[in-house]
Design a protein around this ligand. Structure first.
Ligand code: PEP
Ligand code: MG
Length: 324
């Protein structure tokens, strides 16, 4: 199988019906970057910046943070890298941050909520990103945005830092993209302005699914209880795809499910055109997409949904078995 994936490494993820799906990789450390070459990923769809903060015993300095981002951009060599600002709290606890005693940390003070309430570290990180880009294109994504004003306030912080860096005479990004992760069901129903104002949106399926089914992603007893291909969740994702199509907003999916070939196929069948996953999943997902016709997969999904099935998985698996 490894050899099969190697032969398609440089080939696009082009389906039998001629649809091109962009496959990007998730990363978080410099050590991940060589995978960009070896996996055939088109870029880094999610760079989890919190890893640098998690592996240390104190907050890294702005110069250290900027140095990492610059090295990542150097290694990406012009390919797009989406930097997600700090996503701490919940399952990601910094040893040097005063522990918040929260009964439900996944629903607590985490990610952009911390960044907006205590903007010092967020602003330092935004400065580091601007300096690291040093005139190159820059993509910044805010995690765990749950209502429109959180996105706007985070974006205002970034624009203020852009102004400030410009006044200091530093090179500003030749192109700036500001996006948000869609990880809470609320954003599927947000005002249209969210979709219009975000340059791109990435579905954080790990969190979105946990909140959709009210099932803790860390809890072994429930985390596999609900199928990602459950018809309710799939229809929910489809509404997000529609809203992005209506506003022309670039949409990707960067949760773990994007790296599972059957899930990736179903996501493409309901209209997703960009998936970001761990590097080792790129080959298997590409292989699946290259031998699939999305309209056929879509018809199988629609028939299963109309029949009252709970999940489309059995029907898709059956179709794949008969097909291959
Ligand atoms: C997600 O929630 O799907 C996601 C990609 O972010 P993380 O797994 O880091 O929470
Ligand atoms: Mg998340």
């Amino acid at each position: 199988a490894q050899q099969r994936y190697a032969t398609i490494r440089k080939e696009p993820a082009l389906t039998l019906c001629g649809q091109r799906i962009a496959l990007h990789m998730n990363a978080g450390l410099m050590a991940d970057l060589p995978s960009l070459e070896s996996s055939g990923a088109e870029g880094v769809g999610l760079f989890r910046t919190e890893l640098q903060f998690l592996i240390r015993s104190k907050v890294p300095k702005r110069s250290e943070v900027a140095a990492l981002y610059a090295r990542v951009m150097d290694a990406a060599d012009g390919r797009r890298v989406v930097f997600r600002t700090l996503d701490i709290g919940s399952d990601k606890v910094l040893s040097y941050m005063k522990r918040q005693d929260e009964p439900n940390p996944a629903l607590g003070w985490r990610a952009i909520r911390v960044g907006l309430d205590r903007p010092g570290v967020l602003r330092m990180q935004l400065q580091a990103l601007i300096r690291a880009a040093n005139g190159r294109p820059l993509s910044v994504m805010f995690p765990f945005v749950a209502q429109l004003d959180e996105f706007r306030t985070a974006r205002d912080h970034l624009m203020r830092e852009i102004d400030r860096e410009g006044r200091l005479g530093r090179a500003l990004p030749e192109k700036l993209e500001i996006g948000a992760m869609l990880e809470t069901p609320s954003m599927a129903f947000s005002p249209r302005q969210f979709y219009e104002e975000a340059d791109f949106i990435s579905i954080g399926g790990n969190d979105l699914k946990q909140f959709f089914f009210a099932a803790d992603r860390e809890n072994e007893r429930v985390r596999r209880r609900y199928d990602t291909l459950n018809v309710s969740f799939l229809s929910f994702l489809e509404q997000i795809v529609k809203r992005c199509e209506d506003t022309g907003t670039h949409l990707s999916f960067c949760g773990e499910d994007a790296g599972r070939p059957v899930e990736a196929l179903c996501f493409a069948a309901i209209g997703l055109r960009c998936l970001s996953m761990r590097p080792a999943s790129i080959g298997p997902v590409k292989h699946m997409l290259r031998r699939s016709n999305l309209a056929e997969a879509r018809a199988v999904i629609d028939t299963a949904r109309a029949s009252g099935a709970q999940s489309v998985r059995p029907a898709i698996i059956d179709w794949l078995r008969r097909r291959d």
